[in-house]
Design a protein around this ligand. Structure first.
Ligand code: FAD
Length: 452
């Protein structure tokens, strides 16, 4: 761990939100020598949630902070991705994740959100992070002018930097942008279904789905089903069409009559129907359109005291399994850049570099995610038949592959990202451009041009 010299402009970082991005941010900032406090609105550690996949770019962040081995103990390493036709069960595409693991030096894993959260929580505490529960920050608490948080309890919290890692309905984002989020339905819901592994193992035709440990994506008409094994549990995420009308939007999970739903799946493969018969008490969540922020939506305030990271800045649909990975990348880049800043000007410029780099990459990733969702959720017909043919008959994945995770160019861009390296390169570029500036030159506007 580095040490913060007295002259450094930031010593205390306050992170609002103790979710996965808030906790990894806290560990990353501690590693750079900052004092860190996390404010979490839940009164206790959250013990809910289904499964999550972490891809090599996310795992790399965990490796770099030294928590991967602990996370790995509760995770399944995914060996293959299979794309299957929803009626016949034919495997249209088989991606070898083990070969990808070798290429990127980090595996693809699946685990319970609660296990991931527990590992990060313990590491944060071990690193000396202060975690305060039951602190629900409201937009009105964010005092941008004075750079403090004025809680409704009357307490005033002072820090040198505040990271808004408070998720998709972020209070910090609302304060920065001056408007409450107005979610627009994406036209899909997701049912999260958990089946005990032993139930799968007891059924001869379902047994291999649990034993193989593969991630399977069933390509359905206007929908998709993702299945994989977690520690002792088989996880199913069923994405299904829903109204796009804003008046039909729901924010809280809704119960689903799974028997009635299953009865409506005429012509579907019997294995899937059997899996759905093994569960009850199913809930569904609504998906909302992701937004791609331009310069008009600030992620940093004018005084360079508040900054957004994770879902508060960039929310994703899960079609490429990249939501949390992007949050981890953002957290790692932010901490690495600010770890280099030694003056207030450098903090301001470091935050501007961060905002610029992350808006660019996450904007492209959001577009890619939407494209992948269209590719895996095609209505039955000539386009779907052409997609299936291309998957079935392509000898080797190449650019434009309908499974974007196999597209070698896109894959390298997605999974090869290393935040620490990116921060080093950006800082070096910045440092060199500073040397060429006349004294008194205002750097931030120029940075926008230079990195754009
Ligand atoms: C169905 C689905 C499946 C997904 N699957 C994957 C996947 O497989 N892989 C992947 O990489 N990503 C996946 N994602 C995306 C991933 O879940 C999110 O990107 C990730 O949870 C974002 O983490 P976060 O910490 O930014 O926000 P959150 O997880 O929302 O955490 C925010 C935290 O802040 C706290 N908080 C909120 N408001 C306040 C406040 N006002 N004051 C104090 N605390 C507050 C909350 O209680 C919470 O603890 C999926 C998303 C969905 C919807």
């Amino acid at each position: 761990m580095g040490s913060v010299a007295e002259a450094w402009p930031i010593s205390h970082v306050c992170i609002i939100g103790g979710g996965p991005v808030g906790l990894i941010s806290s560990i990353l900032f501690r590693r750079h020598g900052f004092q860190v406090t996390v404010l979490e609105k839940n009164p206790t550690r959250e013990e809910v949630g289904a499964g999550i996949q972490l891809h090599p770019n996310a795992v790399r962040v965990l490796q770099n902070v030294g928590v991967f081995e602990r996370v790995r103990k509760t995770a399944i390493v995914l060996p293959h991705l299979l794309l299957k036709a929803y009626k016949t069960g034919e495997t249209l595409w088989d991606q070898d994740f083990i070969a990808d693991t070798k290429r990127y030096g980090a595996p693809l894993i699946a685990l319970h959100r609660t296990s991931l959260q527990a590992c990060l929580y313990e590491e944060a505490l071990a690193q000396g992070v202060e975690i305060r529960h039951g602190v629900d920050v409201k937009p009105a608490d964010v005092d941008l002018e004075n750079g403090v948080l004025r809680l409704s309890s009357g307490e005033v919290l002072h820090a040198d930097l505040y990271v808004g890692a408070d998720g998709g309905r972020s209070a910090v984002r609302e304060a920065l942008t001056g408007r409450a989020p107005q979610p627009v339905p994406h036209g899909r819901v997701v049912m999260r279904i958990l089946i005990e592994e032993k139930e799968m193992l007891a059924r001869p035709n379902l047994r291999h789905y649990a034993e193989d440990g593969n991630m399977v994506v069933w390509l359905g008409p206007d929908c998709q089903v993702v299945t994989y094994l977690l520690d002792g549990t088989f996880n199913i995420a069923f994405t299904w069409p829903w109204s796009k009308n804003p008046t039909d939007a729901f924010m809280k999970p809704q119960p689903v009559d799974i028997d009635a739903f299953r009865a409506g799946l005429v012509g579907w493969h019997p294995d899937l129907l059997e899996m759905l018969s093994l569960t009850s008490g199913v809930f569904q969540w609504m998906f909302f359109e992701p937004t791609i922020d331009g310069d008009e939506v600030p992620w940093v305030d004018n005084n360079s005291r508040f900054v957004l990271a994770g879902d508060s800045a960039h929310q994703f649909l899960p079609y490429l399994g990249q939501g949390l990975a992007m949050g981890y990348e953002s957290a790692a880049l932010l901490a690495a850049l600010l770890g280099k800043a030694k003056t207030s000007d450098q903090v301001r410029d470091g935050l501007a570099i961060y905002e610029r780099m992350r808006k660019e990459r996450t904007g492209l990733m959001i577009r890619a995610t939407l494209r992948q969702g269209r590719l895996t959720q095609m209505a039955d017909g000539p386009l779907q038949e052409a997609r299936d043919r291309e998957l079935r008959e392509s000898p080797l994945p190449t650019a434009g592959c309908p499974n974007m995770m196999s597209d070698p160019f896109f894959q390298r861009w997605m999974w090869g990202f290393d935040a620490e390296k990116a921060a080093d390169e950006a800082w070096e570029k910045y440092r060199r451009s500073c040397q060429s500036l006349p004294e008194g030159f205002v750097l931030v506007p120029r940075l926008r041009v230079m990195l754009g």
